[in-house]
Ligand binder design. Sequence first.
Ligand SMILES: [Fe+2]
Length: 244
Amino acid sequence: MKNAFPFVRTELPDWMVPVIEKVAAKMHDDATGHDLLHAVRVMELAGAIAKELGVEKEPTMTAGLLHDYYRKEEKQSGQLHYGPEAIAALRQEFGSMIAEALGKDGLEDVLAAIARHEEYYFDQDQGEDVLALPVLLQILQDADRIEAIGAVGVARTFMFGGAHGLPLAEDAEINANTWFDPGTRPKGSVHQHFYEKLLRLKDGMHTAPGRKLAEERHQFMLMFVRQLESELELESPDAVNLAR
Ligand SMILES: [Fe+2]
């Protein structure tokens, strides 16, 4: 069945229709890689992973749909799109709709997952046992990261780089110790971003379906990066340890 919303391939429960209307209105013209297509894809990937794992789909789909909702405001205000202000604003704007459909605990689970979706294993001082993370958070992180790798990941990375004024590459060696920090302004080059974040994502996947999808997309992305380096005669930093 063809859905009434752009890019939406799966059937939505009735209560999500006004939610996606708001998301479409805000995100349809984004040009940073965090557009409506991204929100919808994370929603659908999260739902598909949840189904495969035999857990409730709707909370994961809701978290996927809303996880980047305040990206636009983040650029203007400097406040993080998953920070306390964004979570309070999400509660204000969508809280009653979500609580009515998923219950008060469901709403809290969705907001808690969104608040932590930008945590990366390579960004933490001390590793947390990933199995201890709530399954909703594991699914949201996996779905969002699958969207950051493969052909879609490459395309979104260049959109993000262009929107933030990053050069394609710099004539300098990739720094193996520079890891992506989601709380700081984007810096370096698009080429660097593959090493500081994207090529590391595969090893941080939590779920079996997520790992499977990530492996395939990682291999494609690695091939792309090697070809880019070959054409631009850039250093190919084999020495960078990309394993966890
Ligand atoms: Fe995202």
